[in-house]
Design a protein around this ligand. Structure first.
Ligand SMILES: Cc1cc2nc3c(=O)[nH]c(=O)nc-3n(C[C@H](O)[C@H](O)[C@H](O)COP(=O)(O)OP(=O)(O)OC[C@H]3O[C@@H](n4cnc5c(N)ncnc54)[C@H](O)[C@@H]3O)c2cc1C
Ligand SMILES: O=C(O)[C@@H]1CCCCN1
Length: 387
């Protein structure tokens, strides 16, 4: 066996995080293989679909700060690939004055993020067709907008290939043997590399079981609902309607969020930031739609311009950690194996930066940001390490 390996690095999983990790490694001249179990593009994981929200509005400063660079990296990719990936729409945040709304507003103010606070009496002048709940405050994060998700994946994978990177799709990784050279077995071959990056979304624990590690990750099926505009275009991107987040409302225990109508003209995407547990390969057997009733009640009260009956329902998966913060770390024993997981339904917007950080970890460099919120160690009492 050669001590060089076939590649400098193998990345498992061609979702948004693996694709950006592979791209960063190739940019740094590393011979990189990106392995994907399904034939690309596919819609069985977490990164498919037309759109995602990009925003700086976060509770924690570190996410807001990280987004600064992530926005720059998104525009770099737009330039390199010659495609438009982000559309600035703003993000309307609504919620009771005290509580999470206030925390988020403070984070935006502390970090000098451009925003507008909407007084309740002038709310409907700026945001027509929305009823602000009594006692709710509202602001707009001006930086926010829509990311074109499927298009972004195509762009980053295309750039990776232009840099000489190899994508092998339709090959499922079935075993991993750690060592100075890591051996990766798939349904179609055996590959060796000095470094391995595992970005396998909701399949992460299956892959980690081959290398003696389990993380406290829950897999949730999210119903992606589209609702018909009574007056076509009234919530549309063309008419400058923003994305929105509704924090703490009587109908819902968790966030409700929406994106302006765009990809399916006349239909607005509004979803619930919670779902029911599933196994990743049994997604379509999870048929719970109780979130739809929560959304119907909310939309009837606050979005009178939408027909409160779903017009289109799609599916997507979240991989959620107990604190909803990401996992960006090296394997505790095999430090040539890096793990990016648990993006908890909010990781897409960070894709280019996650790729850079996982690349830095993989190359043994000091990461550009303090990664302590993202360490595996924080789960000590949960993780069933077989090491
Ligand atoms: C409904 C919904 C709405 C969201 N909204 C937002 C939003 O507005 N803004 C935002 O920033 N984020 C959002 N997110 C979150 C974001 O989309 C995810 O955090 C992100 O897509 C996770 O990417 P990933 O690469 O970790 O996972 P995935 O995209 O699932 O990629 C993992 C890949 O690994 C592959 N794989 C797994 N096992 C193997 C194996 N054994 N062999 C080979 N390949 C394997 C899988 O097939 C898959 O392609 C949302 C997510 C959902 C579901
Ligand atoms: O990451 C986001 O911006 C959205 C917010 C609402 C829940 C889903 N993810």
């Amino acid at each position: 066996m050669s001590t060089e390996g076939d590649y400098d690095c193998i990345v498992i999983g061609a979702g948004v995080q693996g694709s950006f990790s592979a791209y960063e490694l190739a940019k740094r001249g590393r011979r990189t293989l990106l392995l994907e179990q399904f034939v690309l593009p596919h819609s069985r994981g977490s990164s498919h679909g037309q759109t995602r929200i990009i925003r700086k509005a976060y509770d924690q400063d570190y996410y807001t700060v990280m987004m600064d660079e992530s926005y720059r990296l998104w525009s770099q990719l737009e330039e390199e690939a010659g495609v438009k990936l982000c559309r600035q729409t703003g993000l309307l945040v609504m919620g009771p004055e005290n509580g999470t709304y206030q925390v988020l507003k403070n984070t935006l103010q502390r970090n000098g993020v451009p925003m507008v606070i909407l007084q309740p009496e002038e709310f409907s002048k700026h945001i027509p067709h929305v009823n602000l709940a009594d006692g709710d405050a509202a602001l707009v994060d001006i930086t926010a907008g829509v990311l074109y998700a499927d298009r972004a994946l195509r762009a980053v994978q295309g750039q990776f290939q232009k840099l000489g990177g190899i994508i092998t799709d339709g090959q499922k990784v079935t075993d991993i043997r750690p060592g100075d050279l890591v051996t990766v077995m798939t349904s179609g071959g055996v590959y060796r590399a000095k470094n391995l990056v595992v970005t396998a979304g909701c399949w992460t624990n299956t892959l980690l079981s081959y290398i003696g590690l389990q993380l406290p990750l829950k897999v949730l099926k999210i119903n992606v609902y589209y609702w018909k505009e009574k007056d076509p275009g009234c919530y549309s991107l063309q008419n400058r309607f923003p994305c929105f987040l509704q924090i703490e409302c009587p109908e819902a225990e968790h966030l409700i969020y929406g994106l302006p109508s765009n990809e399916y003209p006349g239909l607005m995407k509004v979803c619930y930031h919670m779902g029911s547990e599933t196994k990743p390969d049994e997604r379509d057997r999870q048929t719970d739609k109780s979130d739809g009733d929560i959304l119907k009640r909310y939309l009837t009260r606050c979005f009178p311009g939408l027909v409160p009956e779903p017009a289109v329902v799609e599916s997507c998966l979240y991989t959620v950690t107990p604190d909803e913060h990401f996992v960006l770390d090296c394997h505790p024993v095999h430090n040539n194996i890096v793990i990016g997981a648990g993006f908890s339904g909010h990781g897409f917007k960070f894709g280019p930066l996650i790729g850079k950080l996982l690349c830095e970890l993989s190359l043994g460099e000091v990461p550009s940001y303090d990664l302590s919120p993202f360490r595996i160690r924080r789960f000590q009492e949960h993780s069933k390490s077989a090491l």
